[in-house]
Design a protein around this ligand. Sequence first.
Ligand code: SF4
Length: 341
Amino acid sequence: MTPTPRPPRVVGRRPPIVTLSFPGMMLTMAYKVVDIYKDLPRTNCGDCGKGSCFAFATAVYLEAFPLEQCPHLESAPRGEMEAKLDASRETGASRRPSSSEQALRSLLAAMAEADFAESASAAGAEYVPGRAPGDGEAVIVRFLDGVYRFTRLDVTAETGDPPTVWVKILLLIYLTRAAERTGDGRGEEAAAGAQGIAVGAAGAGAVGASAAGDAEGAVAATWVGYRDLPNTVSKAQTFEACVARIAERFADAGPALETAVAAIGGRVVDAGPADLAFRIDVLPRVPMLLLFWCSEEDFPAHASLLLDRSALDYLDQEALVFAAEALAGRLLGEDLSELVG
Ligand code: SF4
């Protein structure tokens, strides 16, 4: 039998790659972690706070972490990468930054321009000098029983779990507002408060000042209700709901409330019209006064949470509600990661 001739083997040639293109149609490829990684400097210097270029690329892809946080990316290649990310996000292949992440980005960008030493002073926080201005500087600030570190790139926890995006936003609002307050001259008033001098006459709804009993470095407060602050009507019920949780939980447990308050850095103050009263400096310049009435025969337990009248100089209306929710959550033993702004 005559063997069938085999087709000649082509050595060293691969099938050609065929590219189809249709007029008017643009085929957008997903821009994934490995693609982002390839476009990075790949030095693993860690200056972005992510430890390695691959970790950074993963954060960009999964968390919409901003490319600006790599200080070694030149603006031209960064622009090209942004364009690829935008195109990829259009197709749904990469995650879009949420509104909270976008807010965090713009706050971080504002903070990156700030004078850290001034911001820290205005916010009652600690300033940590860097190797040179803008290089390695940090601000350390306390929020309830947590301690957080700001750099020009991110906010991290000094101890415990990493802060959620909401905690970061609240802390950045606090620092940027404190810095603005210094800029418009009101920081001198804050400094006066920090020396334990009363901040001014009581406003509507104020129940008195507590300068005499304030610890050194604390703001001397003039207490007002949340509703006494401007533009708070739409958020007031949420604010009051978290105070009601405190009353419900500690209805028959005044000593337990005292222990819980002490655990987050609060202290007992003159109770005035209430059965118990505590001052809790939620942030160094944002004190809150928790008044508590124990339950009696015909009356359920009741609580009220008052703010210093300067509170809106440091946090906006929503951030104040978040701070009150965080305060209530910590008193009830909850983790801040359970809170959504
Ligand atoms: S700063 Fe830039 S180059 Fe350095 S590890 Fe982060 S992504 Fe890589």
